[in-house]
Design a protein around this ligand. Structure first.
Ligand SMILES: Nc1ncnc2c1ncn2[C@@H]1O[C@H](COP(=O)(O)OP(=O)(O)OP(=O)(O)O)[C@@H](O)[C@H]1O
Ligand SMILES: [Mg+2]
Length: 353
């Protein structure tokens, strides 16, 4: 009774689609007990901004009903330029002192007015020899958090946990894979409009970077090469994948256009990892772990394997998560890597902050 936690719905509001999951504890791990996936209308979210909030709320409300959800509390996450995650070093002090000084200390690390952000922090390492302590600082612009709160409220739900994509991905990874504590993993999430790169060590993001590119770029290049509509190009892009009946009709132009975008994206990701090595930390990156809906792009995995000097692995966000019989397992498996953020959010509990 005392340890019964309220159930919580993890909801990933992506620019392409909404993913909702509810996990329950199962033995030492988790079980997926409810699930819903729903595409968003185009232009509902543009460059991370909610351009059509009522449409987003409608899609959430419908997905909630379709997935048979009952809980009201949700966990959502933000990323992008309005979010800052930084590991900082401060003079050692008690938790009470830190609670008082953190706003002042944070000010110099945050490129926004301190009054316009929600601030959170976590002590990573108590005082070391030089009387310094390491603190993980998280700041998110209030505007952005307010947008999420109201879109979720309009759908009849309550935003109980506000997370950051990077942490959600770290949590998802941690509950599915064994982690070497002495090295870092670069979790690369390629969605429709953004690529999140999160270098995580011991569950803590030590480097995060967003690149405003992703699956949409493939679709646009296919569109250009064949002179067709965006919707048609999207169909061809997705159909040209593992689906055997479609592979033989993919024109060479499409393959070339796709390949070129993959080359560009992998190049940008490599540059970010080099930047990490040059500026951020000596902790070596052990491997790149790829997720996001665009991880499905044919040949992208092979290109990573060729180009990345470290290990590579395709993330299965459900590798160690059971799936309840009430959930459409085939749909969930097919979406696979696209569910990384949602699963990470689902591992949070309603009674934690
Ligand atoms: N089989 C497939 N082959 C190629 N691309 C695919 C496939 N399935 C999905 N995608 C692409 O993945 C993208 C959607 O991925 P995801 O669900 O991770 O994005 P999102 O979270 O909604 O968006 P974002 O996080 O970028 O705002 C779309 O561009 C879609 O076309
Ligand atoms: Mg996404």
């Amino acid at each position: 009774m005392f340890f019964r936690s309220k159930s919580l719905i993890g909801i990933d509001i992506g620019s392409h689609s909404i993913k909702m999951v509810e996990l329950s504890r199962s033995g030492g791990g988790f079980k997926l007990v409810r699930f819903a996936y729903a595409p968003l209308p185009p232009e509902a979210i543009v460059q991370g901004s909610f351009m059509n909030a009522p449409a987003i709320s409608d899609v959430i409300r419908d997905a909630y009903a379709e997935g048979g959800f009952k809980a009201k509390d949700v966990a959502a996450s933000v990323s992008g330029h309005s979010v800052i995650v930084k590991r900082i070093s401060l003079p050692s002090q008690s938790e009470d002192e830190l609670a008082e000084t953190i706003r002042w200390e944070a000010e110099q690390y945050i490129p926004f007015d301190i009054n316009e952000v929600h601030l959170d922090y976590q002590i990573l390492q108590e005082a070391t020899l030089d009387d310094q302590m390491d603190v993980l600082l998280v700041a998110a612009k209030k505007d952005l958090v307010d947008d999420y709160t109201s879109v979720i409220a309009e759908a009849g739900l309550n935003l109980a946990v506000m997370d950051v994509d990077a942490f959600a991905l770290g949590n998802m990874y941690e509950c599915n894979y064994d982690i070497d504590p002495d090295s870092a993993v670069a979790i690369v999430n390629i969605g429709a409009s953004v690529i999140n790169i999160n270098v995580v060590t011991n569950q803590v993001p030590i480097f995060t970077r967003d690149i405003t590119s992703g699956g949409t770029q493939y679709t646009e290049e296919v569109q250009k090469s064949l002179g067709i509509s965006f919707e048609e190009a999207e169909q061809i892009k997705i159909g040209g994948g593992a689906n055997e009946t479609a592979t033989d009709v993919v024109p060479q132009e499409v393959e070339d256009a796709m390949r070129e975008v993959s080359e560009t994206l992998v190049g940008e990701i490599q540059r970010s990892l080099e930047f990490y090595r040059a500026t951020t930390s000596d902790v070596p990156i052990q491997k790149v772990a790829l997720c996001g809906g665009s991880a499905h792009v044919p040949g992208l995995d092979r290109l990573f394997e060729e180009r990345i000097e470290v290990g590579f692995e395709m993330v299965d966000p459900l590798a160690r998560i059971d799936i309840a019989s009430s959930v459409d397992e085939e749909q969930v498996r097919e979406l696979g890597p696209a569910l990384g953020v949602a699963i990470g959010l689902g591992t949070r509990r309603a009674d934690e902050s």
